[in-house]
Design a protein around this ligand. Structure first.
Ligand SMILES: Cc1cc2nc3c(=O)[nH]c(=O)nc-3n(C[C@H](O)[C@H](O)[C@H](O)COP(=O)(O)OP(=O)(O)OC[C@H]3O[C@@H](n4cnc5c(N)ncnc54)[C@H](O)[C@@H]3O)c2cc1C
Length: 149
């Protein structure tokens, strides 16, 4: 199956992205595309426009700031997994990330996308969410389980 037709825009700033999003209620953000691209291909999502935020530098990076750890929305999961800042400050996250998807999805998928997707699962793809839960219940204790598929 192929996606339904859509426009594609790549804004130069966060402000521009927000403006486009505010002006089109059928537009949708795309970051790493690890969930959204399959949903488009299966026509489970049919946005009028995709707003590509992946290259927005304002949304990148990991830093310690005022006693908190700030992770930009388009920071890739693998960057967080390998970050020394995260290892020191949030070691549980370093341990948990190898359990999310598998190396290729973590190389593309973003932290913001995972958080947003956790919310949109209920709205768009309850079946996929259930499939992941079933998979999680079946999986062995090896973090690289997907690499063997
Ligand atoms: C084979 C495979 C295995 C997977 N296994 C797991 C798993 O074990 N656990 C798990 O949690 N996930 C899993 N996923 C899902 C996937 O890893 C994440 O959902 C994905 O990485 C989300 O990030 P993304 O940047 O790719 O988001 P995209 O696919 O680009 O977007 C996902 C959704 O989030 C929205 N969105 C993205 N970024 C933002 C933002 N900054 N602000 C607002 N909305 C935003 C999009 O509009 C879209 O609705 C798997 C996916 C695949 C393909």
């Amino acid at each position: 199956m192929k996606p339904a037709p859509f426009d594609y825009v790549r804004p130069d700033s966060l402000a521009e992205a927000c403006e486009i999003l505010a002006g089109d209620e059928d537009a949708r953000i795309i970051a790493g595309g690890q969930t959204l691209i399959p949903m488009l291909a299966m026509r489970l999502a049919r946005p009028s426009r995709l707003i590509d935020i992946l290259r927005l530098q304002e949304l990148r990076g990991i830093r310690a700031e005022d006693g908190a750890i700030v992770i930009g929305a388009v920071t890739r999961q693998v960057e967080v997994e390998r970050s020394d800042i995260i290892k020191r400050a949030l070691p549980l996250l370093t341990k948990a990330l190898p359990w999310v998807g598998h190396p290729p999805t973590r190389a593309r998928g973003t932290v913001g996308g995972s958080i947003a997707n956790a919310r949109s699962l209920r709205r768009d793809s309850v079946d996929r969410g259930d499939a992941w839960r079933r998979d999680r219940n079946r999986k062995s204790d090896r973090p690289n389980r997907h690499a063997r598929r």
